[in-house]
Design a protein around this ligand. Sequence first.
Ligand SMILES: [Zn+2]
Ligand SMILES: [Zn+2]
Length: 277
Amino acid sequence: MKLNYCYHTHNYRCGHAVGSFNDYIEEFEKLGYTSIGFSDHAFFPGISHKGMRGDFSEIDSYIKEFNEAKEQHKNLNLFLGFEVEYMDRYDSYYDELFTKYNFDYLIIGQHLSYNEKGEIVPYFGFNLKDNLEGIIRYKNDLIKAIRSGKFLYIAHPDIFMHSVTKITPEILDICEEIVKTAYECNVPLELNIGGTRYYNLKSQSEGTNPYPNYYFWQFALKYPIDVVVGLDVHNPLHIATSPLNLPEYFIQKFNLNLLTNQQLEQKIAKIKARYNR
Ligand SMILES: [Zn+2]
Ligand SMILES: [Zn+2]
């Protein structure tokens, strides 16, 4: 499998990735990618979370740096985005990212949530295994995001499976509900490569289920969803070493419809049109 696009790319701003826009662009270009979307962890007004995301005060310089990189690479299609967590109270902020800040797209990466004070409210984690209450909250927030129609796609929708040690009927129902909703709303789900870098070995050695996750994606046989492959790169060197045979395996096994870059660019344009852009 060969990809010519990636819409899940981080950079140094989040505090746990390395490399500037230009560092990633140069590496992507060498490997034949023609469309690159930057989706670093969103900066949220009122939330300070060092090591996870940039501070909101950096937003103008993030955009400026992107625009400078874009100016230098007119031969490529470059897109400005964020990977955001969905929270009700930020609903108008997501709109503003399109209208006020001229973002091209947003993807959902529902890692955790924050309360009104900006404190982390986790859904799951290495120290929070089989936390059904948190996983249900995760699923409910994810479904609101899918239904909103504001997001290009859902990154690693099966991320919660890394903290699941027992496959129960409740867990399978949650997997099915997410896949079914994405299918009904025509929102693509992402086969995420990042799981191979951060979770697989550890999760497997602990007997848990990493992502992409077999139990989750099997529901695509019932609901033929569209999928996107996301590299979720946090280092320019990850691009060349991303194991594309993994998403390829899932695509074949579960008969997934991998979107072309043209289809993704049409989706980006369609969401922007909602904001008259
Ligand atoms: Zn990250
Ligand atoms: Zn990511």
